[in-house]
Design a protein around this ligand. Structure first.
Ligand SMILES: [Fe+2]
Ligand SMILES: [Fe+2]
Length: 161
């Protein structure tokens, strides 16, 4: 049990570190005048904030493993369905933009669109799996479930895939 407590403390400290790092990245971004540098630094800053949330979830999960089997309401299931559709539409729009002649020759613009496309593909695959999981409760605690999520997300998350 002592080992678990040590790990929980470690995750809480990592969460704090990611939050502080996120703030420093944001400060650097706000001083920059280069649009690519400013935007991408800010994007990494937001990712660090995301990592802080994930470290906090890891700590909470180890503290209370039953949290993973909490049931979701009908309302949330319906909302996830809408979000899946929104992600799908975003993927379609971004793929259209990549074929646009006005974008094609601009490598910085292509880079930004592909960056979003990677995220949206991942979001779409992830939300679909989460939807399956809340419709069929308890799956969150199954050992092979997260491996399938990972495989699915990587596959769909490949650039342009
Ligand atoms: Fe990170
Ligand atoms: Fe998204």
């Amino acid at each position: 049990m002592a080992d678990i407590k040590e790990l929980i403390t470690y995750f809480r400290e990592e969460a704090k570190r990611e939050r502080e790092y996120s703030k420093r990245l944001e400060e650097t971004a706000s001083k920059s005048h280069n649009i690519m540098l400013k935007t991408l630094m800010k994007a990494v800053s937001l990712d660090s904030l995301k990592h802080a949330l994930i470290y906090e979830a890891l700590a909470d999960l180890l503290e209370n493993p039953r949290l993973v089997t909490e049931q979701e309401s009908e309302e949330i299931i319906k909302e996830i369905e809408r979000h899946i559709e929104e992600e799908r539409e975003a993927i379609e729009e971004l793929n259209k933009l990549l074929k646009d002649e006005r974008i094609k020759g601009n490598s910085a613009a292509v880079f930004l669109i592909e960056l979003m496309l990677r995220d949206e593909n991942f979001h779409h695959a992830l939300l679909r799996k989460l939807h399956d999981a809340v419709v069929k409760p308890l799956v969150f605690s199954e050992s092979d479930y997260w491996e399938a999520v990972w495989r699915d997300a990587i596959w769909h998350g490949a650039p342009g895939g």
